[in-house]
Design a protein around this ligand. Structure first.
Ligand code: IPE
Ligand code: IPE
Ligand code: MG
Length: 240
């Protein structure tokens, strides 16, 4: 399959990277091995997006609900994250990719947050973006936005009538990032799991049974082809 038209490459792809645990389980390995294998996929997908001309890539790496997992899995995941960021710091700078974190930063241990914030600063001037959702949930992002708006209303800086969709968007974690055009979920679950609830209003969804550690270029390209054939209507009527 080839994409119908190159101008239909999504500007922003967001991915729910799911299935690491099942991948490990199928091989009789500990879950953390699945997360390690999944981090290699992250590396590959960054390349595919660059080659395809995708400007924004958002990866759902850890949800606020994932803190309920066993201690050793969480700690292992956090270590994996900090080593991943240290390993790819140079490459992100060389490739001119801006790294951004969305989520409840204060939940993150210093050994994860410090290197992340260092790379965020070092890459802040670049246009192509890699956005990592960490200790993220769509609902907590909305709570964060509502709180900051409410405090400005309480102080008299804003009135209730100032509250509109733009104001809410402007109080999200990364207000300038356009909504995702395409949301990919691996490993077959038909749910959104608290991801980008505000931003996904008109996103296209591509759900594949492929587990995240096995997600490679063929399946990525298939997602792009499927996307290029979708007709996005945004509530309007179909073009003839
Ligand atoms: C996704 O893989 C990674 C994270 C949520 C951190 P899972 O760990 O959820 O894998 P499954 O769903 O158990 O297979
Ligand atoms: C969604 O996967 C979160 C991430 C990929 C980080 P989960 O595995 O946590 O989602 P559920 O529990 O299947 O909904
Ligand atoms: Mg899962």
């Amino acid at each position: 399959m080839t994409a119908d038209s190159s101008n239909k490459v999504p500007n922003h792809i967001a991915i729910i990277m799911d299935g690491n645990g099942r991948w490990a389980q199928q091989r009789g390995k500990p879950r953390l091995e699945g997360h390690k294998a999944g981090s290699e996929t992250v590396r590959c997908v960054m390349e595919y997006c660059r080659d395809a001309g995708v400007r924004y890539l958002t990866l759902y790496a850890f949800s606020t609900e994932n803190w309920s997992r066993p201690d050793d899995e969480m700690k292992g995941l956090m270590l994996l994250l900090s080593s991943f960021i240290k390993r790819y710091e140079k490459e992100l700078i060389e490739r001119k990719v801006r790294l951004r974190v969305i989520g409840r930063r204060s939940d993150l241990p210093a050994h994860v947050l410090d290197p992340l914030e260092k790379v965020e600063k070092a890459t802040a001037q670049f246009e192509t973006q890699l956005i990592v959702a960490l200790s993220y949930s769509g609902r907590s992002e909305l709570v964060h936005a509502v709180k900051s708006i409410a405090s400005r209303v309480a102080s008299g800086e804003l009135t209730v009538d100032d509250v509109d969709e733009d104001l809410i968007t402007n109080n999200l974690y990364a207000p300038d990032v356009p909504d995702p055009d395409l949301i990919i979920r691996t490993s077959g679950e038909m749910r959104v799991s608290n991801f980008l609830l505000w931003q996904c209003a008109y996103s296209e969804f591509f759900i594949t049974d492929v587990l995240w550690p096995d997600f490679r270029e063929d399946e990525f390209k298939r997602a792009l082809v499927v996307y290029s054939r979708r007709q996005r209507r945004f509530g309007g009527v179909a073009e003839c």
